[in-house]
Design a binder for this molecule. Sequence first.
Ligand SMILES: Cc1cc2nc3c(=O)[nH]c(=O)nc-3n(C[C@H](O)[C@H](O)[C@H](O)COP(=O)(O)OP(=O)(O)OC[C@H]3O[C@@H](n4cnc5c(N)ncnc54)[C@H](O)[C@@H]3O)c2cc1C
Length: 376
Amino acid sequence: LDFSLTAEQLALKKRVLAFAANRIASLDDYRLRMKACGEEGLLGLPVPPEYGGSGLSTQSCVVAMEAFGYGCPDQGLAFSVNAQLFTCALPIATYGSEEQRQRWLPGLLDGSLVGGHCVTEPNAGSDFLAMTTRAEPQGDTWVLSGHKSYVTNGPVADVLLVFAATGEGEGLKKELSAFAVDTQLSGVRVGPALRTMGLRSCPISEVQFDHVVLPNDALIGKRGLGGAIFQHEMDRERVCLFAAHLGGMHRLLDKTIEHSKQRMQFGKTLGQFQAVAHRVADDYVNLEAGRLLLLQAAWALDQGQRATLPAAVAKLFVSESYVKSTLHNILNHGGAGYRESEGIEVGLRDSVGSLIYSGTSDIQRNIIARWLGFKA
Ligand SMILES: Cc1cc2nc3c(=O)[nH]c(=O)nc-3n(C[C@H](O)[C@H](O)[C@H](O)COP(=O)(O)OP(=O)(O)OC[C@H]3O[C@@H](n4cnc5c(N)ncnc54)[C@H](O)[C@@H]3O)c2cc1C
């Protein structure tokens, strides 16, 4: 086993770190930041070069996203970027027709278009197969109706990958299909941005589809491929988005280490108290272990293996470590950790959502248990 990064990966890491810390920090508008990410190539990292991307391996995407999360204090932006790339652009690049790729990918990759995906509904969250959104074939068109919740990038999206039932079966037998929906179409109603606990720079909303007439070529791949497309998205998002979170966790841990070496209490630095030093040591262990789990899951994806198990393990471990670590950072900073102005408490607010999206921690444990032979 060789754990070293290649020369290209080291250069990528350095470039993305500098971009996130300098260019992104100098922009305060969401669209400008997304555009800058497009110019930097972040919105097309794994997309094949023939469609304008960099064709990077998933392992290199993990390296780039960790660097982005480290350099960019705005985790909401990292969340938006990953949603656009892994739940909209990459599925279109992987499963879409040549026309669909030509229509959507140039804008999604250069950041002039914003994308997201719609699975969750008010009564179908973890149990997403309970979705009631339907698309019915009608002549040369499909008619889409339903209500989707928590759509990341929803309020500003130009295109949404919408999952809908297209057959009669229920539960595991339900036929799901995915459609690239232009949000300008008549009947698409996007709700206002939700007020959320964290990731506040990332716009999230409800989206309703009221008898939206879709051209036949809005269907991605073929009818019934929705389940496979969703699994493809989730395996990659659980690895790459959580690499960005690992980077965020690392940045805050470095801040804590610096603080613990400087602040004196009882005539000693905080780091000389075992209670503080051990919290930092535990967080460091989790950081290192989390990175190995992400890289291992990425490696499995790059080998073309089914990576649902390692991706669930990595997602579960990184998200739970992230929340623990951001709480430790607050404790290690004392009162300063609780003050908004210090930029520490935002870490905890940003981290909590990671226990919920891309499948909750309970759902990751269910996936792992199923792979170990336990029947739900
Ligand atoms: C910041 C954010 C962004 C999101 N972005 C998107 C997006 O872009 N597109 C999208 O489609 N969705 C998105 N979601 C929705 C997200 O995927 C769902 O919130 C998530 O799947 C959980 O569904 P729910 O909220 O309905 O909770 P529920 O499914 O109602 O779960 C509530 C609780 O019950 C537990 N539970 C449920 N079923 C089981 C079970 N079988 N075993 C054990 N425990 C269980 C859950 O773990 C949880 O603790 C986002 C959510 C958040 C918070």
